[in-house]
Design a protein around this ligand. Sequence first.
Ligand SMILES: NC(=O)c1ccc[n+]([C@@H]2O[C@H](COP(=O)([O-])OP(=O)(O)OC[C@H]3O[C@@H](n4cnc5c(N)ncnc54)[C@H](O)[C@@H]3O)[C@@H](O)[C@H]2O)c1
Length: 318
Amino acid sequence: MKTLVIGGNGFIGTNLTDALLAAGHQVSVFDRYPSRYKEPNASVNYLVGDIGNHGAIEEAVNGIDWVFHLAYTSLPQTSNDDPVYDVRSNVADTVQLLQCCRNSKVKKIIFISSGGTVYGIPQKLPIAEDHPTEPICSYGISKLAIEKYLHLFHKLWGLEYVVARISNPYGEQQNPYAQQGAIGVFLGNIVQGKPITIWGDGSVVRDYVYVQDTVKALVMAAEFQPKEKDHRIFNIGSGIGLSLNQIIDEIKLAVDMPVNVQYMPARPVDVPANVLDISRANNELQWHTEVSLNKGVKRTWKWVKTIHQKNHAQAASI
Ligand SMILES: NC(=O)c1ccc[n+]([C@@H]2O[C@H](COP(=O)([O-])OP(=O)(O)OC[C@H]3O[C@@H](n4cnc5c(N)ncnc54)[C@H](O)[C@@H]3O)[C@@H](O)[C@H]2O)c1
């Protein structure tokens, strides 16, 4: 298939690009920045641009079969600071993208939504796709709004789509020096000899899924050929809830450096627990996770150390 990965130079996007190439697909990447850590792949057609540039998006989707939409301008923690920007840059520009996909007769759009925020505070665990959606951050609301537009475009104009509500992915290519992505950030702090900061008492429970399992789900979601009545929204996680304190214990087993933890006051956007029910993706996409947390954290740690050593070597040579 001819595929376009919008936001393909980010954490999930670079892993997805590799998975698509490995599955024999043609890949174009549309992103406003190059990849932070990965050298360009000679087999990929890279397009530089912003999703807000409608002409560029129109050209990019022309002749494409599958569009993966991963670009996002907001984060759960900070989206409430500027909800207008969130709506303009994510909802409005995505609806414009859907128009272009419709005009270009794209076969399917795969949208990366958020299993961690669209449901809000869970009424029961694990959370299935039909759980009420009451997000407590603008990011969750904008993701949900885009899901609704996908449904609308499908009903009105037959644009096919799948939504992947991803939990907490971790793994190679996740920026270890950033603010979000607990496992990546914790490993980034450890490799720099800094303490790990935990917001709250460490009892917050999340569902961590290894990135290569995640992108496998995205490829399977694209291959999935739903009939009219079939589901198009899937939770993608491990289905296992672990507290931050349990994650720290797991990390201590995986790394070969000291692990120091400092506890800070809890943040209001953090729901106390989030664990996804992944049985729909298991049964209907035939997707299953393959990499255990222990193995995934070890692989990620190896990658974080390599990146850190490379950064050090570069800084020393300047
Ligand atoms: N990482 C997570 O914890 C997580 C969890 C659930 C859902 N998601 C969603 O998955 C998607 C990918 O996340 P990620 O962690 O790989 O993020 P990322 O920030 O690593 O990658 C996003 C990429 O999109 C590009 N981008 C952003 N805005 C753009 C724009 N306006 N025009 C063109 N390119 C733009 C960025 O340059 C970046 O390369 C996002 O939609 C995110 O909301 C992420």
